[in-house]
Design a protein around this ligand. Structure first.
Ligand SMILES: [Zn+2]
Length: 275
């Protein structure tokens, strides 16, 4: 790719600039640990990708839109599997207000965003925010083309019920396209926390939280998933899951734990599609 005036401008500003968002404590603002030119799958611009911290998953950002690698991997996978996504009905649970979520909201006319609002029934609006509990979705059977979740499935207490609800509400030929950190790799997935019969949280491992703009302390990680998540999904829903691994600096896609999972509901009528 030729170095355009815009890329040169981004390079110059980055070499002396701080990252746009989310600098880690102790991160150096002067020396990038990784810098690369390419085309961003989230903003579609020819850009510079830069990381000022070795934890690339959260810090290797597009200088134009601020996206991180898993968002670019998700958009690249969506384009590859479902190039007509703009014309589909997409439901995204717990979207961000930037990056891939913003792109989907802007370009897909059938985009539905929802958040988990404890105590609010699925389908209800609180202001402009739609409540949906992934364990008990308000959507009709076979009404959604694409469910999208980004780093959500490691925070649910009853994943099998989530996988069943997603399978129920997907149209034949649809899919759940999602990121989830498969930190256990080839080891068995492991619960970090569960709910007791009276609804209390029981910690099985030291509590770990991920940032969540709607919850002050962040979201509790309930599961450490490995590749056997695909078996868990199959056992719950009867659906097969593809694990997409992309490493491509020309699209700014490089980091640990950025597999994109695509759980597919067969298009052929009569095929097994789950519970
Ligand atoms: Zn971008």
């Amino acid at each position: 790719m030729p170095i355009t005036a815009e890329i040169r401008k981004q390079l110059l500003s980055l070499l002396g600039a701080k990252p746009k968002r989310g600098a880690a404590p102790g991160a150096s603002s002067s020396q990038p640990v990784l810098i690369s030119e390419g085309t961003c799958p989230v903003c579609s611009e020819d850009v510079v990708f830069v990381a000022h911290h070795p934890h690339l998953r959260d810090h290797f950002r597009c200088a134009s839109c601020g996206s991180i690698p898993r968002e670019r991997a998700l958009m690249a996978t969506l384009e590859s599997y479902f190039p007509e996504w703009r014309d589909r009905v997409i439901h995204e649970s717990s979207p961000g207000d930037h990056g891939a979520s913003r792109r989907l909201a802007r370009e897909c006319h059938g985009y539905i965003a929802s958040h988990y609002l404890p105590g609010v029934a699925s389908g209800r609006l609180v202001g402009a925010v739609r409540s949906e509990n992934l364990q008990d979705l308000s959507f009709a059977d076979a009404s959604i083309d694409l469910h999208v979740t980004q780093d959500v499935i490691e925070h649910v207490f009853h994943p099998a019920q989530v996988f069943r609800e997603i399978a129920r509400t997907l149209k034949p030929g649809g899919a759940h396209v999602f990121t989830v950190p498969l930190v256990r790799r080839h080891e068995a997935s492991r619960a970090r926390a569960r709910l007791s019969d009276d609804g209390r949280i029981v910690h099985l491992e030291p509590p770990e939280y991920h940032g969540n703009p709607t919850v002050e302390e962040g979201s509790l990680v309930t599961m450490d998933w490995g590749f056997d998540i695909c078996r868990h999904i199959f056992e719950a829903s009867g659906l097969f899951t593809h694990v997409v691994q992309i490493d491509d600096l020309s699209r700014g896609i490089r980091a640990q734990y950025i597999e994109v999972l695509v759980t597919v509901k067969p298009a052929v009528s009569g095929a097994p599609v789950g519970a």
